[in-house]
Every structure is written in C-alpha cells, then in structure tokens.
Design a protein around this ligand. Structure first.
Ligand code: NAD
Length: 265
C-alpha cells in the first residue's frame, strides 16, 4: 500500500471508534489529519494521543458552517485538502417500525438522517472546491446495513442505503477531478450512539449488545473484529496510486451479510 506522506485528510467523527482508528492509521502513513467531532473530551484525548499530527474542531456535521470551518482549517494548517472521510454517524439500536411510536419515527428520522445523510452531503459540499483543486477523493463510512436488512431498524438501514445513492451521484457529478467511494464495515464494539429524540443518546452499541461475539458467530469468517481491521480499505481508496481508477464504489469489508434477526436492543 502506498504511503500518504504530507497528504491532508479530514475525518468527521474521528473522536472514537472507527474514526479514531482511521486517524491513527492515516497519521502512521504520513498524513496530516484534521478531525471534526461534536465531543470536546474525545478531541482533547485525540490531541493528547497524536500531538502535532492532528488538528481538531469541535462542531456538528449537520451544520454546513462547521463542515466548512473544518475544511478551511485543514487547508490553512496543512496547505491543501486531499481526502475527506465522512464518518460521523448514529444508530437506531434496531428499533423496528412496529416498536417505534409515530413520534419517535418522525423525530428520530429527522435527527438520524440529519447526521447520517445530510452530514455527508454538507461535508461533501464544504470540501468539494478543495478536492477539485487537489484532485482528491471522498470516502464515506457506510455499513453492512447499506446492502442488507437487520443491521438496524428502518431508520438506520434506510440512511445507509441512502449513502449508496449519494456516493454514486457525487462520483458522477464530481468526475473527473474527484473520486468518491465508500467503505461498508460490519459490526464493531464502539461508542456508537443513537438519536436523542428516541431516548438513545446515552447508550452505546458496545454496552447494549455483545457485538464482538455476534460478529464472530454470524460473520462468514468467524473472527473477532476491531475497528482497526476495517481501516485498510480507506487507505487504499485514499491513495491515488493504488486506486486511481476507482470511483462510485462501495467496498464491502463486512464479511457479515444479513445478521440473524435480533430485533431492538
Ligand atoms: N459500530 C458499528 O457496529 C458500526 C457498523 C457499521 C458501520 N458503522 C458506522 O461507522 C461510523 C462510525 O461509527 P462508530 O461505530 O465508530 O461510532 P462512535 O460513536 O465510536 O464514533 C462516531 C463519532 O462521531 C461523532 N459524532 C456523532 N454525531 C456527530 C455529529 N452530529 N457531529 C459531529 N460528530 C458527531 C461522535 O462524537 C463519535 O466520536 C458511523 O457512520 C457508523 O454508522 C458502525
């Protein structure tokens, strides 16, 4: 895999879980990394861990202004922006159509789609001019739920399916200057939370379900997985020398398929 020496990467949701693993590996591969996350404590820990290799901005991906400020910070600090990783997301803890109240479906949809879909769209809008200049690329975090049912309830699964459409359309619109792809990881024991509107802001997936064991027992490869195990696909997509011909694709690294039906957790 080629190195990313001196490349400037912006990661949303880099404060924990998969985003944190991405920041670590991008830094290891020589990149300079800017992180947009809404959790100030997580960003403080990230600066302590990575020092001058990272810049951080506390903000919300549902705000265009915050996305633009993060993109501008990356360019100001590191001279350009080469890769945008849209990654911040929330989960619905598998709450089903029948289990959710009409109010929860309405407000939960607004909050979850606002982060998982609008956050990616506004991030793309903010970084597009910089990536056109650098002939860079966008990479979005999707999920096994971008292809299959059961990795969440209807809100989460439809939001990740929507991400596939976003990747294809943006790849079409931004060619030939900018490559746009996604990675679809499977389950991970992370701090992934849910919409406050559904009363799910204080739970994390790692606390709610034995996700390591579920992935091991249901996945085709029968292995326990950590966020870092999914990172290689991002490095491949970020490295122009390795993936110059690749755009409009979703790299499915989940080895997971359709999870056994568990219902809400
Ligand atoms: N954990 C899993 O099982 C799993 C499986 C497949 C895909 N994913 C996807 O991986 C991505 C990363 O999730 P994770 O599991 O690492 O969870 P995580 O909660 O550990 O990391 C997500 C980060 O995003 C930040 N964030 C959330 N909403 C934000 C907002 N509105 N503005 C700014 N920052 C915000 C959080 O503070 C957190 O640091 C998500 O897109 C998620 O859907 C997760």
């Amino acid at each position: 895999m080629g190195r990313l020496d001196g490349r400037s990467v912006l990661v949303t949701g880099g404060g924990s879980g998969l985003g944190h693993a991405l920041v670590g590996r991008f830094v290891e591969h020589g990149a300079r990394v800017t992180v947009l996350d809404r959790s100030e404590p997580k960003l403080t820990a990230l600066r302590e861990a990575f020092g001058t290799g990272v810049r951080t901005l506390t903000g919300d991906v549902t705000s265009f202004a915050d996305n633009k400020e993060a993109a501008d910070l990356a360019v100001r600090e590191f001279g350009a922006l080469d890769t945008f990783v849209g990654n911040a997301g929330v989960w619905d803890f598998g709450r089903s159509l029948l289990d959710a109240s009409p109010e929860e479906l309405g407000t939960g949809f607004d909050e979850l789609f606002s982060i998982n879909v609008k956050g990616y769209l506004l991030g793309a809008k903010a970084v597009a001019p910089h990536l056109i200049s650098s002939r860079g690329s966008m990479i979005f975090t999707l999920s096994n739920a971008a292809f299959f049912p059961g990795g969440g309830g209807p809100l989460y699964v439809s939001s990740k399916h929507a991400g596939v459409g976003l990747v294809r359309q943006l790849a079409y619109e931004l060619a030939p200057e900018v490559r746009v792809n996604a990675v679809a990881p499977g389950g991970m024991a992370t701090d992934l939370r849910g919409p406050g509107a559904m009363g799910l802001a204080d739970r994390s997936v790692a606390d709610a379900i034995p996700i390591r064991q579920m992935v091991r027992d249901n996945g085709a490869l029968r292995i326990e997985v950590e966020p870092d195990d999914y990172v290689g696909a991002y490095l491949y997509l970020a490295c122009r020398d390795d993936s110059a011909t690749v755009t409009g694709t979703v790299v499915d690294v989940s080895s997971w398929g359709t999870p056994k039906r568990t219902g809400a957790v």
